[in-house]
Design a protein around this ligand. Structure first.
Ligand code: UT7
Length: 329
């Protein structure tokens, strides 16, 4: 019997309408377009303005886009995973609400959080369910309403993050297409450098913490940057080496969009030409769990069956890694 591999067979995406440009940020904090563009590559990001709408709103829209494009009946979806660092609420998963709203009434569902690596790790989880033969399809959604944990008075973080969502469908392939290999790692000693500290089980969101902005994400940018450059490039290089891939046989790099300089460093390490490096950070900023599916959605028309795609990410936790996937359509 042929081994089943786990292929991506459809993509969908959604970003909110409101565009927060560098010029608008100049009126909010002490920053400027030149600094943001040269240090990060970001020009604008999308923000979900409606306070009554959470991450599920983005996830549902992205999933519906996929369902409409692929023309599938949502009742046939077997598992819905929402990769997110900003769930709608502490209890009652974002995925179960999302699954019901899109009509995936025969599915089970759960959330997954590995900060900016949530979608990358989610690919590994989704693929495992398919490869085991236990499920025929998995809808993996990467969605984050980062604006819900960003302090728009803190220039170290508010210039970077944006809101968005992307969705992919994993199905079995008998042609050996889809996920080929993965190198995934975590190092919890890094969590002090990037976290939203309060409101979880270890630090109560007290009135004092709230007054101090404790509900917002904090980042020690320089340390995260150094670790991201080293580890994302290292993971990508390892995946290439152990699969005998070269700069000629890799067709695309889909790297987490946190900072253009980190993506360039990863591409340089594996000596990849800029034409093979997917990039949309200028439009959306860092959407955390949504960067990878938003990338493949934007590049979908350029991808060809059999293309060798390297996915890579690094984020809070620390969590990072790389995945080698053969495009299936
Ligand atoms: O997705 C999860 C993983 N996250 C990441 O991968 C993010 C990694 N980190 C980064 O991308 C970068 O560290 C940042 C974009 C956050 C910051 O860039 P940097 O080149 O590391 O800047 P820095 O923090 O070293 O700051 C350099 C200078 C400082 O001024 P002094 O001390 O040199 O006078 C900052 O105060 O730039 C200043 N600065 C700013 N200036 C204008 C910091 N933020 C801003 C700003 N506008 N928004």
């Amino acid at each position: 019997m042929n081994k089943i591999s786990a292929a991506i067979t459809a993509v969908g995406a959604y970003v909110p309408e409101y565009v927060l440009t560098n010029q608008i940020l100049e009126t909010m904090v002490d920053t400027n377009d030149e600094w943001i563009t040269s240090r990060t590559g970001i020009k604008e990001r999308r923000i979900l303005k409606d306070d009554g709408k959470g991450t599920s709103y983005l996830a549902i829209k992205a999933a519906q886009d996929l369902i409409n494009k692929k023309g599938i009946d949502p009742r046939n979806i077997e598992l819905v995973i929402v990769a997110t660092a900003t769930p709608d609420m502490k209890a009652a998963s974002t995925a179960s609400f999302t699954a019901s709203e899109i009509g995936a009434v025969n599915a089970f569902s759960f959330d997954m959080d590995a900060a900016c690596s949530s979608f990358l790790f989610g690919m590994s989880v989704a693929a495992s369910y398919i490869e085991s033969g236990r499920y025929k399809n998995v809808l993996l959604i990467g969605a984050d309403k980062m604006s819900s944990i960003i302090n728009y008075k803190d220039r170290a973080t508010c210039i970077i993050f944006g809101d968005g969502a992307g969705a992919v469908l994993f199905e079995g392939s008998n042609e050996g297409l889809g996920l080929q290999d993965e190198y995934l790692r975590s190092d919890g000693t890094g969590r002090e450098f990037l976290q939203a500290t309060y409101g979880g089980s270890s630090h109560k969101l007290t009135a004092e913490a709230l007054a101090d902005g404790g509900q917002y994400a904090f980042q020690e940018g320089r340390t995260v940057f150094k670790n991201a450059v080293f580890n994302m490039a290292d993971a990508a290089e390892r995946i290439l080496k152990r699969n005998n891939l070269t700069k000629e046989t890799v067709d695309w790099l889909a790297a987490h969009q946190a900072n253009k300089r980190i993506i360039d460093a990863t591409a340089n390490r594996i000596e990849l030409e800029p034409e093979k490096v997917m990039m949309n950070i200028e439009k959306y900023g860092n959407t955390t769990s949504a960067t990878l599916p938003l990338l493949i959605n934007d590049y979908e028309s350029q991808l060809k069956k059999g293309d060798n795609v390297i996915f890579a990410a690094f984020g809070g936790g620390f969590n990072w890694g790389a995945i080698y996937l053969k495009w299936a359509y």
